[in-house]
Design a protein around this ligand. Structure first.
Ligand code: PEP
Ligand code: MG
Length: 593
């Protein structure tokens, strides 16, 4: 009888990294990186094992190149770039030498020697609590899985793998993890959405999913222990939910939501080429936040007016060759030219806090968010900083490029940074490299001390960009990544609202413009407050562009100015949230559904 019972609905929470809803049978995939059997071989087997390894490396190289050109022709060259990193991992001479030595000295099979060496690297990378470095581990694992597969099935035909997924019906896939190359190679007709146990919002895989428009939820705890192939699954990429065995009621709710969403997107798409302006005609620049160059097509597709925040930590935390002036200049130039006639604002390095780089591991800090972060690192390592500044300047010869400094706490820092910028300009002049001598320079205002000294900062720069993610954290003393105190992280805390108002007013008193690039810029509940504060630019995730454009178009600037004044009279964040909710429900209910 137990078998005949309707299976119970189970809701698993993760992080929604790519919006959308999909309902389909669930398939399991994505093998883990498993230890192969170790075989001790006869003494004279070394040469043949080494030949086998070489053959597997060659086959892997060919497969990666084939995949690269296939992706290049279908999804686009930006995504195909991932495979350059894979080829570097594959051909790493230190790894290959060590594997060859193991085969020789331990007299073991190539699979076991290769696994042993790679796994040692992976284990040390996995110990590091940094999402970027963990991402490197995924790339290495991806390549190693291919090599092991080619050792096991030299013809390249057998074995598991995402491309060999054995189902015909369009499905949702669940995996411990998907590598970026798995994701980019997904067959859109058969894979409607995916959920993974591992992953983070900043992972390449998440970005791929967004670019490919595949709804996705990552970081679903205990996912692999909770599922069975074939059950009906529902992915809600908006709210980061995987629902197994959804009830009739849930299905009906989601069908209705899907329908509303489809209608809304159709309506919003009409705003793609529209100006961003309030109902009474006040223009606002609506730009996008990016972290990877691969996001540009999506940014353009959503009708963003350029990029208002290009986070560049990726250069320093990933491939070492990306740190060179040449490579950075190439990527920044690509962004600048592709975004023309709009511009790109490149934020200089903001490592520290939760984005640690090697020097942070040498001397761990008790309070990383109050430590060696952002501009402090750049000023302490002027050569690295100037390399980045020269690269940004070089890109400014090819399009509209702005530059901004993160994590400023005192005016001396912005002056120090500007002095190094002048040196970088002289260095480029000396070698005849063209650049825009009047490149716009901005200060990120994200620390209360900078907010309170905004007039002094304004004298040093051309614009402000308010980093509310940090401004909230530092104003309220609430660690932005600590779940325990998450309920105290209040974007509508009256102190935060007052600071935002003050920062923008100071910018305008000093005839410079001010934007907001923290997450609240993309939250349509907050839009009336920001319009009321007379913000000039909003920089948001690409997926939020059209929603924010619509919200802005429904609001009147004078009304919002009064609304903000009233909000600042409140004593509690919850009161301001309630006011925002009420106004949004009146002006654009479809956006807050
Ligand atoms: C911010 O703090 O709001 C911001 C945009 O910077 P990040 O999130 O990268 O710290
Ligand atoms: Mg910040």
């Amino acid at each position: 009888m137990a078998n005949e019972k309707t299976p119970e609905e189970l809701r698993l929470k993760g992080i929604g990294v790519s919006p959308g809803i999909a309902i389909a049978p669930l398939q399991l995939t994505g093998s883990r990186f498993e230890e192969p059997e170790t075989r001790v071989l006869p003494a004279d087997s070394g040469p043949s094992e080494k030949t086998r390894l070489q053959a597997a490396l060659t086959a892997t190289r060919e497969q990666i190149r084939a995949l690269q050109s296939e992706i290049d022709g279908t999804v686009g060259s930006d995504h195909a770039g991932i495979f350059d990193a894979h080829l570097l991992v594959l051909d790493d001479a230190t790894v290959i030498d060590e594997v060859m030595r193991r085969i020789e000295t331990r007299q073991i099979n190539a699979e076991s020697a290769y696994y042993g060496v790679i796994n040692r690297y992976l284990e040390s990378l996995r110990k590091i609590a940094d999402p970027y470095l963990r991402e490197r581990a995924i790339d290495i694992e991806d390549v190693a899985r291919r090599v092991l597969k080619n050792l096991r099935w030299p013809s390249g035909t057998g074995g598991e793998g995402i491309r060999g997924l054995d189902f015909e019906v369009p499905s949702i896939i669940a995996a411990h993890d998907l590598t970026p190359s798995d994701t980019v190679a997904l067959d859109r007709k058969r894979v409607l959405a995916f959920a993974t146990e591992a992953g983070s919002a900043t992972s390449h895989t998440a970005i791929m999913a967004r670019s490919l428009n595949i709804p996705a939820v990552v970081a679903v705890r205990d996912l692999m222990d909770s599922i069975h192939p074939g059950v009906t699954a529902l992915i809600d990429g908006y709210h980061g939910l995987l629902i197994l065995n959804p009830t009739e009621e849930t299905l009906a709710d989601y069908e209705a939501l899907k329908k509303r969403e489809g209608q809304l997107l159709k309506k919003l798409n009409k705003l793609r080429d529209a100006e961003t302006a309030t109902a009474d005609g006040r223009r606002i620049t609506l730009s996008a936040n990016i972290e990877f160059i691969e996001e540009l097509p999506q940014v353009k597709k959503q009708g963003a007016e350029g990029v208002g925040l290009y986070r560049t930590e990726f250069f320093y935390l990933n491939e070492t060759d990306l740190r060179t002036e040449e490579r950075q200049a190439e990527i920044y130039t690509k962004a600048a030219s592709e975004l023309t006639p709009h511009g790109v604002i490149i934020r200089t390095l903001d490592v520290g806090g939760d984005k640690l780089w090697p020097e942070h591991f040498e001397e761990p800090e008790p309070n990383p968010f109050l430590g060696w972060r952002g501009i402090r690192v750049s000023l302490a390592r002027p050569e690295i900083f100037k390399t980045q500044l020269r690269a940004v300047l070089r890109a400014s010869a090819h399009g509209k490029v702005g530059l901004m400094y993160p994590f400023l706490s005192c005016v001396e820092e912005v002056r120090g940074a500007n002095q190094l910028l002048e040196e970088a300009k002289l260095e480029l002049d000396r070698v005849g490299q063209p650049f825009d001598p009047d490149i716009e320079v901005g200060a990120m205002i994200e620390i209360p001390s900078a907010a309170l000294m905004a007039d002094a900062f304004a004298a040093e720069v051309d614009f402000f960009s308010i980093g509310t993610n940090d401004l909230i954290q530092y104003t309220t003393a609430v660690d932005r990544i600590n779940e325990r105190v998450a309920d105290l992280y209040q974007p509508t805390h009256p102190a935060v609202v007052k600071l935002i108002h003050e920062i923008i007013a100071a910018a305008h008193r000093n005839n410079i413009w001010a934007g907001v690039c923290g997450e609240i810029a993309g939250d349509v509940l907050m839009t009336p407050l920001l319009i009321g504060a007379k913000v000039d630019e909003l920089s948001v995730g690409a997926a939020q562009i059209l929603r924010v454009r619509r919200a802005v178009s429904q609001l009147d600037s004078d009304y919002c100015a009064n609304f903000l004044q009233e909000a600042m009279q409140q004593r509690e964040g919850s009161e301001i949230t309630a006011m925002c909710r009420e106004l949004a429900a009146e002006k654009y209910p479809e956006l807050i559904d």
